[in-house]
Design a protein around this ligand. Structure first.
Ligand SMILES: [Zn+2]
Length: 300
């Protein structure tokens, strides 16, 4: 049996897992993402500490590292990440130099899409879109059977204008991300109800329970997502749109308003199926593990 560590560096947390070659998650560690770590030094230190801790359980053969933002994946570089405040940061090499084992590197959304494409909700679809909704929002575009990233620039659906009313980390206003991310939903609910710090998990339960403020916030967020989907459907004609990330736990409560909007707004376009990620919030971990084991098998 061989083992890898899957690491997902998010805007607020570094989520990591020790995964065996049958894709069983053996153990997990979550640590806070270092704040405004523009040089990546603190992030590398945090990941090295995690790998060292897992190594006491099993020898680790490789790391799969997933990060958000615009990347140059072959070069292992983060071109830009608004949430991490990274710019042209060679994060893969920095980490490999520190831990001395191979690091497979990918965009957090596209690594999760690998799991959904190979054995999840997008399996068998030649054209699909995978949208994890967490602190940030981006899309993996599966076109004619391949994940397309246009050298790492494509898929930043969180920054299309959906006539939203909130300022965005990208410097503009009206983007999808500050209207429909988990952070956005939590903030909007806090502003309207006076109860700050309410999680999206709590909010969608309030939606199901009929709470008027929660329903209002939910309708705004899902309407923004539906408009973004309409755009993607019109341009790319996916057979299926798969939603992942933290918000995917809401299941039909999340999908139904989007489906209703699309049913009334699409005219000539091919209607895609809307699905929740098979791996749920674990898609990123499994996809990361798949890429890391690809590297182990390739002997690099
Ligand atoms: Zn934006």
């Amino acid at each position: 049996m061989s083992y890898i560590v899957a690491v997902d560096v998010g805007g607020t947390e570094i989520k990591s897992a020790l995964v065996d070659s049958d894709f069983n998650v053996i153990a997990t560690i979550t640590a806070p993402t270092p704040n405004a770590d523009t040089t990546g030094v603190e992030t590398v230190k945090a990941i090295a500490a995690i790998v060292a801790q897992f190594s006491t359980q099993h020898p680790v053969d490789a790391v799969g590292l997933a990060v958000p933002g615009a990347l140059d994946e072959p070069a292992g570089t983060s071109r830009w990440s608004g949430n991490l405040q990274w710019k042209n940061l060679p994060i893969r090499n920095l980490l490999e130099d520190a831990i001395k084992i191979p690091v497979a590197f990918g965009h957090d959304v596209r690594t999760a899409a690998v799991a959904e494409m190979r054995s999840g909700a997008a399996k068998g679809a030649r054209n699909a879109i995978f949208i994890p909704v967490g602190t940030g929002i981006a899309a993996a575009l599966i076109i004619d059977g391949e994940i397309r990233s246009a050298e790492g620039f494509a898929g930043e659906i969180g920054h299309v204008n959906v006539n939203g009313k909130y300022p965005c980390v990208c410097g503009k206003s009206g983007c999808l991300e500050p209207a429909a991310s988990t952070l956005a939903i939590s903030k909007a609910y806090g502003a309207q109800s006076g109860k700050s710090g309410t999680t999206t998990e709590e909010i969608y339960k309030l939606v199901v329970a009929g709470d008027a403020v929660a329903i209002n916030v939910w309708n705004d967020a899902t309407a923004a997502m539906a408009r973004a989907c309409e755009l993607l459907i019109t341009i790319l004609a996916p057979e299926v749109i798969v939603f992942g990330g933290g918000l995917s736990n809401a299941g039909e409560t999340f999908l139904k308003p989007i489906r209703d909007y699309l049913d009334s707004s699409l005219t000539f376009q091919r209607k895609p199926r809307l699905e929740i990620a098979h791996y749920g919030a674990k898609a990123g971990t499994i996809g990361c593990a798949m890429l890391a084991f690809d590297r182990v098998k390739a002997g690099k």
